[in-house]
Write a protein that binds this ligand. Structure first.
Ligand code: BGC
Length: 283
């Protein structure tokens, strides 16, 4: 059987969810006045904007190689096209916040609240780890900072957790893996998140962690064929441990998967990483 692509384009979960997230400090502060120049690859101007009366969410996906965002309506439907800028290097907090502000200012549709998927452990909007960005992130109040500079309430969760919300069906035990710069993982029970599951740095095989074997550096080093074999091994191992009903594989490198996958495994569009952002406001 060939790899199945999920047809889903909007998050499916309707159930209220518990997310490790959040700081909601709406502020009156206007949008920062000195944004860095935005290199918006795909601007919003072509997209017809649907009539939408509910709150609009600026949904942001911070990755090791790119920062992406778009505005979603109250149902999670995109109102703008995805805007992207390379992640600044070194990937320290301030330059990344500057990129977010620049991209946010480039959006043609306003927003009332902010959701962020962050590539590390996040508690109550504060970053604990950022293995593929920079050590300076430790203890950084990302939700508080974005609330202040963009003047809207912000919620922040782990990037794989957010991606998962955009991928799952909300039934039974569902596992999500993201194959990108790092290895993301997320677990859901009947649509409720078990936040901050970190498989990435857990031992996998040959003295290496999952991320060391399956992350972008490993793909570049080992090549597609070996890397594909490893992904399959990880799928088998995790199925034996977790016994999930379904596994969704997203992230920028999911498209590099070749050949058959077990019937309960499907790849999902990387856009789920942004579309899932709406779920952070559903509880
Ligand atoms: C981090 C995870 C993150 C993943 C994907 C890993 O290195 O520990 O928290 O979800 O990379 O970005």
């Amino acid at each position: 059987m060939a790899i199945r692509k999920s047809k889903k384009t909007t998050p499916a979960v309707e159930t209220p969810v518990a997310v490790e997230a959040v700081t909601e400090t709406a502020s009156e502060t206007p949008v920062a006045s000195e944004p860095v120049e935005a290199h918006v690859e795909s601007a919003a101007s072509e997209t017809p904007v649907a009539e939408s009366t509910g709150p609009k969410t600026l949904s942001i996906d911070i990755g090791g190689s790119g920062v992406k965002l778009m505005v979603l309506d109250e149902n999670g439907t995109p109102l703008t096209e995805r805007a992207r800028q390379d992640t600044p290097q070194p990937a320290k907090p301030q330059p990344i916040v500057d990129v977010i502000v620049a991209l946010a200012n480039s959006q043609t549709v306003g927003f009332d609240r902010i959701s962020v998927g962050f590539p590390g452990v996040v508690h109550d909007g504060v970053v604990y780890t950022a293995p593929n960005l920079d050590p300076d992130w430790r203890g950084y109040d990302l939700a508080g900072t974005l609330s202040q500079v963009l003047g809207k309430p912000a919620r922040v969760a782990n990037d794989a957790d957010v991606q998962g919300f955009g991928a799952i069906e909300g039934k039974g035990l569902e596992l999500v893996l993201t194959l990108g710069t790092g290895l993301g993982s997320a677990l859901f029970i009947d649509g409720r998140l078990v936040p901050n599951l970190e498989l990435a740095h857990h031992p996998f095989r040959k003295g290496c962690t999952y991320e060391e074997q399956l992350g972008r550096a490993a793909l570049d080093k080992a090549g597609k064929k070996k890397w594909n074999k490893r992904v399959r091994k990880a799928i088998e191992l995790l199925a034996a441990i977790i016994n999930h009903r379904a596994l969704y594989i997203g992230g920028g490198n999911a498209k590099k998967l070749e050949g058959e996958l077990p019937t309960n495994v499907r790849t999902v569009s990387n856009e789920a990483g942004i579309l899932g952002g709406i779920a952070l406001w559903r509880y």
